[in-house]
Design a protein around this ligand. Structure first.
Ligand code: FES
Length: 113
């Protein structure tokens, strides 16, 4: 079968759309689509990340601590910042998994509740 240049470009683009998220302390790395939230990626791969409000930035159960690739996450909005203040064990690299959208590889820790 003949491979056209356009096929190759398509394959390359598909690869570029993928991101890897490593969840600690499980030490599990899964793939997601660029732009998905940490929570969406976790749920699709059966990673136990709580999400009591259903991903609506109205709780803190999806709290994760970013261990690597912070620059690959979406900027924090005020709403998330305000909600995070209520998170137990807040750190300087804390994010809400449902609000942090992934644009490159990241490592996050799911803190103990
Ligand atoms: S699931 Fe409630 S804030 Fe993320």
């Amino acid at each position: 079968m003949e491979t056209k240049l356009s096929d190759y470009r398509g394959a390359e683009t598909a690869t570029e759309k993928k991101v890897k998220v490593t969840f600690q302390p499980l030490d599990v790395t899964v793939e997601g689509e660029k732009g998905e939230s940490v929570l969406e990626i976790a749920l699709r791969h059966d990673i136990p990340l709580e999400h009591n409000c259903g991903g609506n930035c109205a709780c803190t159960t999806c709290h994760v601590i970013v261990k690597g690739g912070m620059e690959n996450l979406s900027e924090m909005e005020d709403e998330e910042d305000d909600m995070l203040d209520k998170a137990k064990g807040l750190t300087l690299t804390s994010r809400l998994g449902c609000q942090a959208h992934v644009y490159g590889d990241v490592v996050v820790e799911i803190p103990r509740k």
